[in-house]
Design a protein around this ligand. Structure first.
Ligand code: GLU
Length: 419
């Protein structure tokens, strides 16, 4: 099997764009690697009185366009190359939707489901302290990612604020509303995904009514996208999370599934039952007969082994890095349209930007205002990418990279090399 190291994949995607753009070797060398990398090893007191060591990272890929932005992931499979890739993808994502940030990402090697609330809070506060040398509203602004949520963001905001001696809401986004979060932020990534599906289907000459959708991942992104698409008239015929996968050709009751996960530990689908719903394997889910496939879980899910068997004609990447370059080639040959992660899931960071702006101004917007601005920005970027792909006869991912890499390169070149 070909190289599945996410950072090598991210570099390969960058190289493809850099070649087409004819990027000068000097700026190419700058953008190919992260600007700053911090590894932290730190102890956390467990409930049983013992102490355990954890390892985490905060990586800033490029600071050329402004403070850096990107989530913090808690997952047992986190490693430095994954965080490097995720940081690089954030740089392109922010540039593509033209918000004034560079890219960053953080991660801790931990399964948060194995920790008590107290342990999770102590781990979070200690990790925040370790990486606090990098953070600040004008420096580096984290947000939620896989395995973290609004409560974790609140602990990070509180930890940084305690160190400074005053409240610093704009040091992090994805906070709860009662401590300066933005209305619409929780749903923003899934909402963006649903808007992108709507737009892509329209461009491909289809109709949302009865459109068969499969969603891999039922966390914040997947469950919201599934719910909104269901509301828009689509039929969600398959969903899965890390524990289990389910399908029903006549359409799943997404509202009921969300109620189920809300009531069960760690919001998992395990044990869900309903008439006509069949339990299938995670591999089968991706190959279900459907019109649209939304990978909204982890990297490398669509790869050279299954790309040839995927039946969807449209893939919209809710996750970061779900499709390998080999799979991209196979899908392109088969005429499958892939809307890339840096466009499709940008709704989250767009509303994070709104949260940061609102926090700095101490002036808050209503939800309709947030949603309208989100739609304008993500659809504007979608139109730009679509037109570029069409004009240059390129896949959407390559078109998105051309626009974003050029923007980042221009900012860095205009600033020049210091000293
Ligand atoms: N973790 C999300 C992403 O991958 C959100 C990042 C943010 O809001 O800063 O885009």
């Amino acid at each position: 099997m070909s190289d599945q190291n996410p950072f090598h994949i991210a570099q390969q995607q960058f190289d493809t764009a850099a070649d087409i753009l004819g990027l000068h070797e000097n700026i190419r060398a700058v953008l190919r690697v992260p600007q700053r990398e911090l590894t932290v090893n730190f102890p956390v007191k467990l409930d049983n009185g013992s102490t355990r060591m954890f390892t985490g990272y905060r990586i800033q890929h490029n600071l050329g366009r402004g403070p850096v932005k990107g989530g913090i992931r808690y997952h047992p499979a986190v490693d430095i190359d994954e965080v490097r890739a995720l940081a690089m993808w954030m740089t392109w994502k922010c540039a593509l939707v033209n918000i004034p940030y560079g890219g960053a990402k953080g991660g801790v090697i931990v399964d948060p489901k194995q920790l008590s609330m107290g342990e999770l809070e102590r781990l979070t506060r200690r990790f925040a302290t370790e990486i606090s040398i990098l953070l600040g509203p004008e420096r580096d602004i984290p947000a939620p990612d896989v395995g973290t949520n609004a409560q974790v963001m609140a602990w990070i905001m509180d930890t940084i604020s305690m160190h400074r001696g005053y409240t610093v809401p704009a040091v992090i986004t994805g906070k709860p509303i009662n401590v300066g979060g933005s209305l619409g932020r929780v749903e923003a990534t899934g909402r963006g995904v649903s808007l992108v599906v709507r737009e892509a289907v329209r461009r491909l000459g289809g109709d949302l009514e009865g459109l068969r959708v499969v969603v891999q991942g039922f966390g914040n992104v997947g469950s919201t996208a599934a719910y909104l698409l269901d509301q828009m008239g689509c039929k969600v015929v398959g969903v899965a999370d890390a524990t289990s996968a389910y399908c029903r050709p006549s359409g799943l009751d997404i509202g009921a599934m969300r109620t189920y996960t809300d009531r069960h530990s760690f919001r998992l689908l395990e044990g869900y039952h309903a008439p006509g719903v069949e339990r299938i394997s995670g591999a089968e889910l991706l190959e279900l007969d459907c019109d649209v496939l939304i990978p909204a879980a982890l990297e490398n899910q669509i790869n050279e082994r299954n790309a040839g068997r995927i039946k969807a004609k449209l893939i919209v990447e809710g996750a970061n890095g779900p499709t390998t370059p080999d799979a991209d080639n196979i899908l392109a040959e088969r005429g499958v349209t892939v809307v890339p992660d840096i466009l499709a899931n940008a709704g989250g960071v767009i509303v994070s930007y709104f949260e940061w702006v609102q926090g700095l101004q101490e002036f808050f917007w209503d939800e309709q205002d947030v949603n309208e601005k989100l739609e304008r920005i993500i659809i504007g970027a979608f139109d730009h990418v679509w037109a570029t792909a069409y004009a240059r006869k390129l896949p959407l991912r390559t078109a998105a990279y051309l626009l974003s890499v050029q923007r980042v390169a221009d900012a860095n070149v205009t600033r020049g090399v210091y000293p």
